[in-house]
Design a protein around this ligand. Sequence first.
Ligand SMILES: Cc1ncc(COP(=O)(O)O)c(C=O)c1O
Length: 456
Amino acid sequence: MPVKTIIEPFRIKSVEPIRWTTRPERAELLRAAYYNLFLLPAEDVLIDLLTDSGTGAMSTRQWAAIMEGDESYAGSRSFDRFRSSIQDIVGYKHVIPTHQGRAAERILFGVACKKGDVVPNNTHFDTTRANVEFVGAEAVDLVIPEGRQPSLKHPFKGNMDVEALENLIEKVGCDRIPLVMLTVTNNSGGGQPVSMENVRQVSSVCRKHGLPLYFDACRFAENAYFIKLREPGYEAKTPKQIAQEMFGYGDGCTMSAKKDGMANIGGFLCANDDKLAQQEKDLLILTEGYPTYGGLAGRDLEAIAVGIQEALHEDYLRYRIASTAYLGNHIAEQGVPIVQPPGGHAVYIDARAFLPHIPSEQFPGVALAAELYLEGGIRSVEIGTLMFGAAAKMDLVRLAIPRRVYTQSHVDYVVEVILEVWKNRDRIQGLKLSHEAPFLRHFTARLEPVEQVLSR
Ligand SMILES: Cc1ncc(COP(=O)(O)O)c(C=O)c1O
């Protein structure tokens, strides 16, 4: 009988100690951080699930490649390696390095988009939306209706609603749509994948209307693996072949290499269109740097060149997707309400359902995140009323898993802490704001507990 246990497909060569704190210390640290986990010093966190962005561990090959970094200002060897590694996967003609994903977005929308335009996406990530809106255009989210229902199971909840796309094109006209975007996987929608069939359909609508299709490719490798697992016809293909096919239906992409680039910093923008790419490179020189480094050191380009290929290794993806699912399934089995099915990079707890006695105005997501820290030193992030204000459709707590950082026993520990908090959920109090910034308030907000617990 084949062995079923899925193990971390690596040995650990260098370790970074994590620090235990006592519960009374954490209670004091929470008060000092005004119940906002962004304000906690990282060294007081035992397991940090704030984000999977830039927090991964690099491999021995990546560290070795870093020593090969060519720091020449123009025409460095490192750029050649970076470009050919990326082109091997995406197949696009122009590869433009940027310091991270949002810089690629700013350049793309700064060049391709103008006031009054409309950009459809399955779901815009917040920096993507902000960059579309910054040029005076409208960002429209067209995820399928299933993608908006947290507890509903569907294999490809990140899919775009193709009929809604057709309707939008008909309503606003092609002239006002500079490009269509697909975010793989759909981060804001729970890290849910997009199927190849959906990519094909969206691509054919785009072709019919002469519109370019772009990917927000941050988690393209995780998306490819979900296709392999869930979409008939792809079982025997490698994640790389699947990714290559997917990119082949598009005309360009933006990428934060802090995710499936397996690097701690970096990103890129790709395009097939020569004229557009020239304008993008001109703008790049103004704000990021010369087109063969784009705000990155040569060693960063090397780390990405190696990392983006490693992200497609099947044994890595098997472990990655299995460990996220393990966390999600183990808490869901005990009744903890989560966005179903678990995503690729994160598990999202439905805080409104977890804490029905706390109204949204009292930030159930922030209260739950604070309690997970108090109970076990775990840092997560609220995605809900604190982040989006009254516009928040859900109050979620995201547990994002850094790549290749934590082991099975860390995940078991997180499960145990969450279940302990679940058992005592009635005792958790809501919070009220004592300070908020005029925009992006979640990063710096200060909160305090409300005086009395509302009765259920
Ligand atoms: C889907 C998606 N797009 C874009 C970005 C922005 O990337 P960066 O943080 O590198 O600017 C992120 C980052 O989390 C993301 O998840």
